[in-house]
Ligand binder design. Structure first.
Ligand code: ADP
Ligand code: ZN
Ligand code: ZN
Length: 693
C-alpha cells in the first residue's frame, strides 16, 4: 500500500509521542481521532503502558504504517500544553542534550503522568476530576500588608523595569538589606495591572513561606484570593497537582517556587524574577541537569518579557553579561532601612588561643551582644558533631566502608553517638574501641554544628541556643517553626549552615560569627572562591539589618586572601574584577563554555577506559568538523571522592571558546557514545555548564 493512501483508507491520524524513558524518541502512534499537540495520551510501549505527550502530528509516520501501534486513550482532563511551553521544553532538551520526553514528563505533576491514576480499580475519572470534586477551604485572605514608600534607588529600578518593552534582562545588584523584595513587588504590581502574570523563583524552600506571605499580602488585592501559587519539592503530589492546575488554568497569576517552578505552565507571562540569582541551588544535580536561572533568561527572551536577576553577589556569568551590555545593571548601593552595612572584622586564628574553635574576640563580642539583648548567628557550614572520629594512639580514622570519605560523627537524638556517611547514607554506632588497636580513647576530629551548639550552651547557660541545619529541619514545617522562633526572639544564639545564610530578614540579629571558612579556600574547583565569597557576603548581610551597628567576625588563618579583604570592604565589584582576571587568564567560564562527561562503574579503570574512548571519539568528531581549535578535551580524571556507595566515578571535561562549537560537538558525539566498547560497563551522563568540577 502506498504511504499516501494510508490516511484516506481508514482515516487514521498519526501522532508523535514522547515518553519518560532514556530513549531518544519521539515514537509514532495511530489514533482514530484528531489530537492536538501538547495533549497527554496513554500509549502501549513494549509490554508496558505509559503516559506520553503528543509533540507532533505528522502526515505520515516515520515507519511502516502497518507496524505503528494505536494509542490507548487520550487524556483530555487538562488543556493541551501551550506552544510556548513546548518550545521551552524543546529548547531545554536540546540545550542540555536530553530526550524531550525526559524533560516534558518530569515537568508535570506525578498524577498526570501515572497510568495507574487513569486505569485501574480506584482511578475513576482520573486525578484531576477527583481533585476538582473535593472542596477545598480557600486560604484566608491576608491583611493587605504595609508597603514602605520606595527610596530613590528602588523607585528608579522599578521605573526602569516598568519602562522596558520586550525582552529586557536586568541584573538588580543590591547590597544585602537594600530592599530588593520591594522592587520585585512593585514591578509585579505593574505587571498584574496590565493583566499579565508573574513567575518568581527563590533558591531555597525555606525562603518560600517568607515570600509567600509578602506576595499574598501585597499582590492578592490585585489577583484576588488564591492568586498566588507556590511550587517546590516539599509539596505532596496532591498539593503540587492543585497548584499546577490553578496555574495552568490561569487562576493563579503569580507563581512562586524553587528551581522546578521554571517549568510551571504559567500563561500570559509578563515578568520573570530570579531572586539570589547566583545561588547554586538553581542548578539541578541529577536527571536533566538544568540551570533554572539560565532557563529563566531563555524563557523571558522567547516570550519577549522582562526578567529580573537579583543578587548582592551576582554570578560572574551574569556580571560579565552586564559588563558586556547584554544585561542592564541596576544598583541599590545602600540598605533600605537607613542603616549602615555591618563592620566586618577578620580575626587571624594562627596565633590565637582558641576555645573549641572560637576565638576570644568572637566570644567577647557575643557576650556584648547578648548583654544588649541582641541575637547572634554562628555560621559553620558543616553539619554533625565532628567531621570524623579518630584514634590518637594508632591514627585510625572513621572511614565509610562504601566510599572514599570519612564518616561524620553525629550526636543522636537520645544522646548516643553515631557515624554517618554524608555521601551514601551509611550509618553505624560508634565502635566501643578502636577497630585497629583496641584503644578505647576515640576522639572527635574537628567541629560540626552540633558540637558548636553543645559548647555554646555550656558557655552561655542563660542564652537560648538553637541549631538550623539539614538535620534539625528534616520534618515538614520544622524549618519554618525554627525560623519563626528566631523572628519571635525566642532564640538568642543561632548556630547554622548555609541554610540560614540566604535571604532571611532577621530584625534583631546584631552579630554574625563565621567559623572555619578556610575549608573552601584551597578547593580544586575554580568556582570555590566565588562561592565562598558569596556565602560569606550573604551570611554577613544578616547582621544589623533593621537596627544597624551590625558586626561580622570572620575567623581565618589567611586574612590576606582577596576573598576576605574584599569581604571586609563589602566590595563585590573588586572581588569580581579580581576573579574575572583569573578566569580570563585561564580561559575559564564565563570566558569559555564547558561540558562534563562523567562515568560510573564498579572499578575505576573501566570508567577511565570509557572516558578515554569517549575522548578519542570526540577528537574524531572535532577533526571531521574542523573545530579542534575551538574545543579542548581534557584528560579523564577520577573524582576527588572517587568512590561513593561502591561506585567509582571519573570525569572528562570539554571546554570550548564558542558555545556553538561545543553544542555541535555534543550533538554528534552523544550519538556515538553508546556504541563505544566500554559503554556497556559504565553508566555515563553529560552535564552542560557544570557548576562543580
Ligand atoms: P534584600 O535586598 O536583602 O532582599 P529585603 O528586601 O529583605 O532586602 O529588605 C530589607 C529590609 O528593608 C526589610 O526589612 C524591608 O522590609 C525593609 N525595606 C525595604 N524597602 C524599604 C523602604 N523603602 N523603606 C523602609 N524599609 C524598607
Ligand atoms: Zn587505634
Ligand atoms: Zn559512604
Amino acid at each position: 500500500m502506498p504511504l499516501s493512501d494510508a490516511k484516506t483508507d481508514d482515516h487514521p491520524y498519526w501522532v508523535r509521542v514522547v515518553v519518560d524513558l532514556p530513549l531518544q524518541g519521539p515514537f509514532d502512534y495511530r489514533s482514530d481521532e484528531e489530537i492536538s499537540v501538547g495533549t497527554r495520551v496513554i500509549v502501549p510501549f513494549g509490554r508496558r503502558k505509559l503516559v506520553g505527550m503528543v509533540v507532533d502530528c505528522p502526515q505520515v509516520p516515520a515507519h511502516d504504517p502497518d507496524q505503528v501501534r494505536a494509542i490507548e486513550s487520550v487524556l483530555r482532563d487538562v488543556e493541551p500544553m501551550e506552544d510556548s511551553w513546548l518550545r521551552f521544553a524543546r529548547f531545554a532538551a536540546d540545550y542540555y542534550q536530553r530526550p524531550l520526553g525526559e524533560v516534558i514528563l518530569p515537568a508535570l505533576p506525578q498524577p498526570l503522568r501515572r497510568v495507574s491514576d487513569y486505569q485501574g480499580k480506584r482511578s475513576g475519572a482520573g486525578p484531576v476530576a477527583r481533585l476538582d470534586k473535593r472542596r477545598v477551604a480557600a486560604a484566608q485572605p491576608l491583611e493587605p500588608g504595609f508597603a514602605p514608600a520606595l527610596n530613590q534607588a528602588q523607585q528608579a529600578a522599578v521605573d526602569a523595569v516598568g519602562a522596558a518593552t520586550g525582552f529586557a534582562p536586568t541584573l538588580l545588584f543590591g547590597v544585602t538589606g537594600s530592599g530588593k523584595t520591594e522592587v520585585y513587588l512593585h514591578a509585579a504590581q505593574q505587571v498584574l495591572a496590565q493583566g499579565r502574570n508573574i513567575l518568581m523563583l527563590v533558591p531555597e524552600i525555606n525562603l518560600t513561606p517568607q515570600f509567600e506571605r509578602a506576595l499574598r499580602a501585597r499582590l492578592e488585592p490585585a489577583t484576588g484570593p488564591g492568586g498566588v501559587a507556590v511550587m517546590h519539592s516539599g509539596l505532596s503530589d496532591g498539593e503540587r497537582l492543585r497548584a499546577w492546575l490553578r496555574v495552568r488554568r490561569g487562576e493563579a497569576r503569580v507563581v512562586l517556587g524553587t528551581r522546578l517552578a521554571i517549568f510551571a505552565p504559567v500563561v500570559n507571562v509578563g515578568l520573570i524574577v530570579v531572586d539570589e540569582e547566583h545561588d547554586p541551588s538553581y542548578k539541578q544535580q541529577d536527571g536533566l541537569r538544568y540551570s533554572a536561572r539560565d532557563l529563566a533568561v531563555w524563557r523571558a527572551r522567547d516570550l519577549g518579557v522582562p526578567v529580573i536577576l537579583g543578587s548582592a553577589t551576582p554570578s560572574l556569568e551574569s556580571w560579565v553579561n552586564a559588563e558586556r551590555g547584554h544585561y542592564r545593571r541596576l544598583d541599590l548601593t545602600d540598605r533600605a532601612r537607613d542603616v549602615e552595612m555591618p563592620t566586618v572584622r577578620l580575626v587571624d586564628t594562627r596565633r590565637l588561643p582558641m576555645e573549641n574553635g572560637m576565638s576570644p574576640q568572637l566570644l567577647e563580642a557575643m557576650r556584648r551582644r547578648l548583654d544588649n539583648n541582641e541575637q547572634v548567628l554562628v555560621y559553620l557550614n558543616r553539619r554533625g558533631y565532628a567531621p570524623a572520629l579518630h584514634c590518637a594512639s594508632c591514627g585510625w580514622v572513621s572511614q565509610c566502608p562504601r566510599c572514599t570519605a570519612y564518616t561524620v560523627l553525629h550526636r543522636g537524638q537520645f544522646g548516643g553517638h553515631q557515624l554517618h556517611c554524608h555521601h551514601c547514607g551509611y550509618q553505624r554506632r560508634v565502635p566501643p574501641a578502636c577497630p585497629d588497636c583496641g584503644d578505647q580513647d576515640l576522639q572527635p576530629m574537628g567541629r560540626g554544628t552540633q558540637r558548636i551548639e553543645e559548647h555554646l550552651a555550656e558557655l552561655f547557660p542563660q542564652a537560648r541556643v538553637a541549631r538550623i541545619d539539614a538535620d534539625t529541619t528534616r520534618l515538614k514545617g520544622s524549618a519554618q517553626a525554627l525560623f519563626d522562633r528566631v523572628h519571635a526572639h525566642e532564640i538568642d544564639i543561632l548556630v547554622g549552615t548555609q541554610m540560614v545564610a540566604k535571604g532571611h530578614d532577621f530584625a534583631n540579629l546584631g552579630l554574625v560569627g563565621v567559623l572555619n571558612a578556610d575549608a573552601m579556600l584551597f578547593s580544586q574547583d575554580f568556582r570555590a572562591p566565588e562561592r565562598l565569597f558569596a556565602q560569606l557576603m550573604q551570611v554577613s548581610g544578616r547582621a544589623g539589618r533593621h537596627t544597624g551597628h551590625g558586626e561580622v567576625i570572620v575567623q581565618t588563618g589567611y586574612p590576606e586572601q582577596t576573598v576576605y579583604q574584599a569581604l571586609a570592604r563589602h566590595d563585590f565589584a573588586g572581588f569580581a574584577r579580581h576573579a574575572m582576571r583569573e578566569r580570563e587568564a585561564a580561559s575559564l567560564p564565563p570566558y569559555s563554555h564547558q561540558a562534563l562527561l562523567t562515568a560510573e562503574s564498579r572499578e575505576l579503570p573501566e570508567a577511565l577506559a570509557f572516558l578515554q574512548q569517549a575522548r578519542a571519539s570526540a577528537e574524531d568528531v572535532l577533526q571531521r568538523e574542523g573545530t579542534h581549535e575551538l574545543v579542548s578535551l581534557y584528560d579523564p580524571v577520577p573524582f576527588r571522592i572517587v568512590r561513593v556507595a561502591h561506585v567509582c566515578r571519573a570525569q572528562l571535561l570539554v571546554e570550548a571558546t564558542q558555545r556553538s562549537a561545543l553544542h555541535t560537538l555534543l550533538r554528534r558525539w552523544l550519538a556515538d557514545l553508546n556504541a563505544l566498547p566500554e559503554a556497556r560497563r559504565v553508566r555515563w551522563q553529560l552535564e552542560v555548564d557544570p557548576l562543580e568540577i
